[in-house]
Design a protein around this ligand. Structure first.
Ligand SMILES: O=C(CO)COP(=O)(O)O
Length: 254
């Protein structure tokens, strides 16, 4: 089974209701490849999820940027997976490096969240990636493997998982990984899945790249054999997100 190109827009902690309406209007008017070619998911802050979902074109979907690790209850400030399911929010981003770094989310905690969210019926964009220090120390693959292992240890069905490889040094820095650097890690990650999970999971799980993706670099990155799409931050708030969605076409001609 071919891996369908996946383009996620992570709006992070940005926007007002007016800005959300403006971004969604731009997306709604865009001519993009069909759902058979590309799966598009945008991820607004929690408070804008219902608004976004209610006005977004039906061929695009929404994701939350996080959810609680277990069933809801006395967890002030948290939003549970059950609540997302209740509002028909199909996707959730988990383990983003900003949460790992700023909120001390450990590999195990992220793995627990992924398992719980999947068990509730959510689809998960699970983020992994090394810091600059770790890359320079030559430990990129050890770090990414440990992050992925904590998920693999807790998850048996991978059909609703997309892995986002997001090198921390490339996020919001304008310093994008070269296509070769991205391909190298995606290839190793796929080999890791083949060895530690199964050949089938390795062949079918989408591994998308995130970190300073923009309208100018998306085609070359997307043309790499093991890059199955993107998780886009800054550029997902701009009209160039549409060009990034269109990069899905590089796979058709590949
Ligand atoms: O963190 C990211 C997506 O989750 C990437 O952010 P930028 O595209 O702004 O570098």
């Amino acid at each position: 089974m071919a891996r369908k190109f996946f383009v996620g827009g992570n709006w992070k902690c940005n926007g007002t209701a007016e800005e959300v309406k403006k971004i969604v209007n731009t997306l709604n008017e865009a001519q993009v490849p069909s759902q058979d070619v590309v799966e598009v998911v945008v991820s607004p802050p929690y408070v804008f999820l219902p608004l976004t979902k209610s006005i977004l074109r039906p061929d695009f979907h929404v994701a939350a940027q996080n959810c609680w690790v277990k069933k809801g209850g006395a967890y002030t400030g948290e939003v549970s997976a059950e609540m997302l399911v209740n509002l028909d929010i199909p996707w959730v981003i988990l383990g983003h490096s900003e949460r790992r770094a700023l909120l001390n989310e450990s590999n195990e905690f992220v793995g627990d969240k992924v398992a719980y969210a999947l068990a509730q019926g959510l689809k998960v964009i699970a983020c992994v990636g090394e810091t600059l220090e770790q890359r320079e120390a030559g430990s990129t693959m050890d770090v990414v493997a440990a992050q992925t292992k904590a998920i693999a240890d807790r998850v048996s069905n991978w059909s609703n998982v997309v892995i986002a490889y997001e090198p921390v040094w490339a996020i919001g820095t304008g310093k994008v990984a070269s296509p070769a650097q991205a391909q190298e890690v995606h290839d190793e990650l796929r080999k890791w899945l083949a060895k530690n999970v199964s050949a089938d999971v390795a062949a079918t799980t989408r591994i998308i790249y995130g970190g300073s993706v923009n309208g100018g670099n998306c085609k070359e990155l997307g043309g790499q054999a093991d890059v199955d799409g993107f998780l886009v931050g800054g550029a997902s708030l701009k009209p160039e997100f549409i060009d990034i969605i269109k990069a899905a076409e590089v796979k058709k001609s590949a």
